[in-house]
Design a protein around this ligand. Structure first.
Ligand code: F6R
Length: 610
């Protein structure tokens, strides 16, 4: 998704801007650009190629500047083309470009504003909603960039993070945030703006997370923040240490592969502070909250939603309270029936997903104030907006397809099931001890699944010639079938569907031919015999089965039935192990097809627009 970096300094800021863009590349983008103040004028370079190509152009033009803004764009309004790439310029009255602006988010009233600005003579060069904001600020500009941005924000509807510079005001940059993330970075005699603190690693570790409605005025000597009412406010300064090396690929071919193999470490780290099950793992007042609630509502998107679906099975079975799981983008617009005794749980890797944040706000507006998030970014909006939180320790996830974030979410959600169960008197000490033992052994169990990689590579070769695939699971493995199908489709572009195996004969069996591989998750559980009948239904119709079977399931390979044996049956935590093997299948199929595994087409890492 789009990324912003900006700097005002007493040195050449171009290396910092380009390095910042490189750090944001993993989020996905289709064009990029930079604008700087140099010798009393604004200069701009844009590219529909990679940041490296932009950097080559910048060096060729010998740009040097101490004030500048830069952007990676993920197209929403207007095709990925140079004229739509940011920064956008405006300079109606002076003839020369007076304002340069970069924007993340979506301006919803861009049509109305465009008409107004056209009527007073502004000419539009792009199809973007962003150019409207540049012209609006130019129109309102009377020599004070801060005042112009503040006035412009009053006219904007939608989500935005902005960084703006003006040709009349060297060493000044103004930012604004509403619904899209933006941070200010504080340096010595230099200050920065970015959509993600990661972009500023190496420049500063002193970070201010701006709040919705904030407008920020950055000069060399100060950073002043104003809230939506225009009053100057203080915001907390956080020291954010981004470990160097996190972005290194090491011996792996792709970040996704690296992140799959990091899962024993990531899950181990997520469990690091868990000595016993206690509600306080989720925050100081969790005990009281868990006592009060009698149901759970989980809100999330994509892979995080599938983590929520899995958690429903765990929480209902272990803690014995009802759970509903909703796709965040649907929930926020649905006329649902609220209940104040609900624990609202959001799940998000990034903690900045616009749909999930809006769904959370919607739930709160309906009077549901008991909120908890499972999130991988401690400083994110999601963590700030929720009363309780469990921070997963997956580390920075760079591959667009979520892997280690998913399994650490599942780990945290299992802990949540246990903690609620404890408060509801559903967790006898002996059961707690058994679950804790399984959790502690989980990193090793994941490592033994990873050791199956060579067998999966063999299957992946065969998958790469297919156009469609079905993924079957039952019970708590049904969400894992959905996740396996999502992983395959997003990185290999093979069409895949996840189904609860019992649903086969109600429709999808019609699709089964020798050309349709049917991936089956076959743990040894109480549904195994029923699953075997479902597999028979496929086999009898000439379908080809690829089965991940627990060691003691008695499912043998035969014509059209291929079996990879999972190392051990892992009881309630088995979905985590099956998720890992399906990640490997998707990854190696994509490699066999030669797709851009870490940056699949059309997708972005952190979806900060609706
Ligand atoms: C798929 C994937 C996405 C995200 C979804 C939510 O591999 O990564 O489906 O899970 O966009 O993102 P977060 O968890 O950051 O809210």
């Amino acid at each position: 998704m789009c990324g912003i970096v900006g700097a005002v300094a007493q040195r050449n800021v171009i290396p910092a801007l380009l390095e910042g863009l490189k750090r944001l590349e993993y989020r996905g983008y289709d064009s990029c650009g930079i604008a700087v103040y140099q010798q009393d004028a604004l200069h701009r370079v844009r590219s529909t190629d990679r940041v490296a190509e932009l950097a080559a152009q910048v060096h060729e033009q010998q740009l040097q500047a101490d004030t500048g803004i830069a952007h990676t764009r993920w197209a929403t309004h207007g095709a990925p083309a140079t004229h739509n790439a940011h920064p956008h310029f405006s300079g109606h009255e002076s003839g020369a470009s007076r304002i340069a602006l970069v924007h993340n988010g979506i301006i919803e009233n861009h049509d109305v504003l465009r008409d107004e600005l056209r009527n007073i003579g502004y000419v539009f060069e792009s199809q973007t909603d962003t150019e409207v904001v540049a012209h609006l600020i130019d129109h309102l500009y009377q020599g004070d960039l801060l005042a112009a941005v503040q006035q412009a924000c009053l006219r904007l509807q939608g989500a935005y993070a902005l960084a703006v510079i003006a040709s009349n005001e060297p060493h000044r940059m103004v930012g604004a945030r509403n619904g899209s993330p933006l941070v200010a970075g504080l340096g010595e005699g230099e200050n920065f703006l970015a959509s993600d603190a990661l972009a500023l690693a190496g420049e500063t570790s002193q970070i201010i997370y701006l709040e919705d409605g904030d407008v920020v005025d950055l000069k060399i000597e100060h950073v002043h923040i104003f809230d939506a009412s225009g009053a100057q406010v203080e915001r907390a300064i956080h020291t954010v240490h981004l470990q160097s090396g996190e972005a290194d690929l090491g011996p792996y071919r792709h970040y996704m592969q690296k992140e799959i193999f990091e899962q024993p470490r990531a899950v181990g780290d997520t469990l690091q502070d868990v000595e016993a099950i206690t509600p306080e793992l989720f925050g100081d007042n969790a005990s009281q909250t868990f006592e009060q609630i009698d149901r759970v509502l989980i809100l999330a998107c994509g892979t995080s939603y599938y983590a929520g679906l899995t958690a429903k099975y765990w929480i209902e079975s272990i803690a014995r309270i009802p759970v509903s799981v909703e796709i965040a983008s649907e929930y926020r617009y649905r006329d649902s029936v609220p209940n104040a005794d609900t624990l609202v749980v959001t799940i998000s890797q990034s903690g900045e997903t616009a749909d999930t944040l809006s769904a959370l706000k919607h739930a709160r507006s309906l009077g549901m104030e008991n909120t908890l998030t499972i999130c991988n970014v401690a400083t994110s909006a999601m963590v700030r907006e929720c009363k309780l939180a469990y921070i997963t320790r997956a580390g920075v996830e760079i591959g667009v397809a979520s892997t280690k974030a998913f399994t650490t979410q599942l780990t945290a959600l299992f802990l949540l099931a246990l903690a609620i169960a404890q408060v509801k008197n559903q967790l006898p000490a002996e059961k707690e001890a058994v679950y804790l033992k399984s959790l502690r052994h989980l990193p090793k169990a994941i490592a033994s699944v990873l050791a199956l990689e060579p067998q999966v590579i063999d299957w992946a070769e065969r998958f790469s010639s297919k156009e469609h695939a079905l993924f079957l699971g039952r019970g708590m493995h049904y969400p894992i079938a959905l996740e396996g199908a999502l992983k395959l489709k997003e990185i290999s572009y093979i069409h895949a569907e996840g189904y609860p195996a019992g649903e086969l004969k109600h429709g999808p069996l019609a699709l089964v031919t020798e050309a349709m591989p049917v991936v089956t998750i076959a743990p040894r559980d109480e549904l195994l015999e029923k699953l075997k009948s479902n597999m028979e239904e496929v086999h009898a119709r000439g379908g080809e089965l690829y089965v991940f079977a627990d060691a003691d399931t008695n499912i043998a390979s035969s014509t059209n039935i291929h079996v990879i044996r999972m190392p051990e049956n892992y009881g309630m935590l088995s979905p985590i192990l099956h998720a890992v093997i399906l990640q490997l299948l998707a990854y190696h199929t994509a490699c066999a097809l030669g797709t851009d595994v870490d940056k699949p087409r059309n997708l972005a890492k952190s979806v900060t627009v609706e």
